[in-house]
Design a protein around this ligand. Structure first.
Ligand code: KIV
Ligand code: NA
Length: 277
């Protein structure tokens, strides 16, 4: 595969070809993204929930993110690599944000960063993009702010909410974002935003009109034990496949079916007889 760069993404957008994005959290899931030919690989802070078992994403630290980013980068060689800035790593000041964005490049082997928020992030995004680090924005349902949103709620359902969303998306483009993730937003509003921007929108639960789509890998593969939102199509039920395989292994060991000669190593011919003498 040829390496996906920011130019490739721009070309896909200009050609009106849908941009595909999928999350990964470690070397094997990064390899899956690589081998399936996905355009952008996101090390989402959803890793806190799906890979580390936290209840939400607010606990994720920079160290955890960087550790996982490096592993993903070893597997996902061709997709464009995006590191998701964790809660607390970019809100305190544009300088803090820049420092942590640089860490994603230097210590996480990522090529760009994603951060949540609208017009209030303008100065921060300018600061990061100015030094040559591409930034993806994230509006609509911003999980790091779920407490103030009153939970994981669909956005852009009312006129007031829709207007704010559109203003935020425009501000992010103005600030220099090269793409914007739009999460859990009513389809008409996501379409409206997409039509009015000159950078790609990557939707998750935002309908079919965005410039691309993103899903959480564990959700779409059916290997996460908690709530799966309506917007996530499950393309497999890996949980079942994996648990069935492990159950069979457990049973076969208990009942002496595994291992057989096929899985065992003999000594060199005649050596065992000599050994016994
Ligand atoms: O953390 C994540 O996986 C994300 C995507 C759902 C966009 O932010
Ligand atoms: Na995220």
């Amino acid at each position: 595969r040829t390496k996906v760069t920011i130019n490739t993404i721009e070309k896909l957008y200009k050609d009106k070809e849908a941009i595909t994005m999928l999350t990964a959290y470690d070397y094997p899931s990064g390899l899956f993204v690589e081998k399936a030919g996905i355009d952008i690989c996101l090390v989402g802070d959803s890793l806190g929930m799906v890979a580390l078992g936290y209840q939400n994403t607010s606990r994720n630290t920079m160290e955890e993110m960087l550790h996982h980013c490096r592993a993903v980068a070893r597997g996902a060689k061709s997709p464009f690599l995006v590191g998701d800035m964790p809660f607390g790593s970019y809100e305190t000041s544009p300088t803090d944000a820049l420092k942590n964005a640089i860490r994603f490049i230097k210590e996480g082997d990522m090529e760009s960063v994603k951060l949540e928020g609208g017009s209030e992030m303008l100065e921060t995004i300018r600061k990061i993009t100015r030094v040559g680090i591409p930034v993806i924005g994230h509006v609509g349902l911003t999980p790091q702010r779920q407490a103030s949103l009153g939970g994981f709620r669909v956005q852009g359902k009312t006129v007031e909410n829709a207007k704010k969303l559109i203003d935020d998306a425009k501000a992010l483009q103005e600030a220099g974002c090269f793409a914007i993730v739009i999460e859990a937003v009513s389809e008409p509003v996501a379409n409206y935003v997409t039509k009015r921007l000159s950078i790609p929108t990557i939707g998750i639960g935002a309908g079919a009109g965005t410039s691309g789509q993103v899903l959480v890998q564990q959700d779409m593969l059916g290997c996460f034990d908690r709530f799966v939102p309506r917007f996530c199509k499950q393309y497999a039920n890996l949980d079942k496949v994996i648990i069935d395989a492990i159950k069979t292994y457990n049973k076969e060991v208990k009942t002496g079916i595994f291992p057989t000669a096929e899985h065992s190593y003999p000594m060199a011919k005649g050596e065992y007889e000599k050994f016994l003498q």
